[in-house]
Design a protein around this ligand. Structure first.
Ligand code: DER
Length: 230
């Protein structure tokens, strides 16, 4: 089965864990969009739920498919969030942000009692970092922030390219109006240390290391579904 059907299988397995009448955080990316499609089919068959989306892109798809949504301000505490990931390690630490929605994704995940990550099994890694770490930064003083990141990374023996994410020939702008730097550290042996170090830099709005947020990971492969629990 192709990549899309693996994403669909993970999305269906996540749906199977949901009761009726929940407030559900809905992630961003191609796997999360399979989850929206699964939700829409069940909503069509009178499944009760209310979604809170993590990007304009997901919100638009929910509207198109008839998945009912409210804002996080209307539902500040959610029962569960279902979202994808770019990398998942054995402790359910994640790298997210490939789709540029990491700030709202992290806020929504943090506002949820639990977070179910759905992905094809290729996202499972021994050590995070092969996927470039997205770092969401304020546009003011970009070069100073860039240099601070490099300095802080070097104290952790992390080196590699740090590039401004583009949208064509323009800088990529997030839903929150910020920029994203993608840092190719290659391997991040101590994600907690890097997370704390990045938080010390005021120009950084958020980063794509999701630590102690995911409670369950549902990974689909040709051999079936693997379920990891924190
Ligand atoms: O941008 C994100 O955080 C997405 O959830 C990403 O991590 C996974 O996107 P994918 O399901 O399209 O691989």
């Amino acid at each position: 089965s192709d990549a899309k059907s693996l994403k669909r299988k993970a999305a269906e397995a996540a749906f199977a864990e949901l009761d009726e009448g929940l407030n559900i955080g809905i992630g961003t990316g191609s796997t999360a969009e399979e989850f929206v499609r699964v939700l829409a089919e069940h909503v069509e068959a009178d499944f009760e739920m209310t979604g809170v989306t993590t990007s304009e892109r997901t919100e638009t798809l929910c509207r198109e498919l008839g998945v009912p949504t409210k804002t996080l301000d209307e539902i500040p505490i959610l029962d569960v969030t279902v979202d994808g990931a770019d990398e998942i390690d054995g402790d359910l630490r994640l790298i997210k942000g490939g789709g540029g929605a990491l700030l709202r994704e992290k806020i929504v995940a943090f506002s949820s009692a639990k977070m179910i990550v759905i992905a094809d099994a290729s996202k499972k890694v021994e050590t995070l970092g092969a996927f470039p770490l997205p770092i969401e930064v304020n546009g003011f003083g970009l070069m100073s922030t860039f240099m601070a990141i490099r300095r802080v990374a070097e104290t952790l023996d992390l080196t590699g390219d740090i590039v401004l994410r583009k949208n064509g020939d323009q800088p990529f702008i997030t839903d929150g109006g910020h920029l994203i730097l993608d840092a190719s550290f290659g391997r991040i042996p101590d994600p907690e240390a890097l997370s704390a170090a990045l938080r010390s830099i005021p120009g950084i709005v958020e980063h794509g290391l999701f630590i102690k947020l995911a409670s369950v990971a549902i990974l689909a492969s040709e051999d079936g579904i693997e379920r990891l629990e924190a």
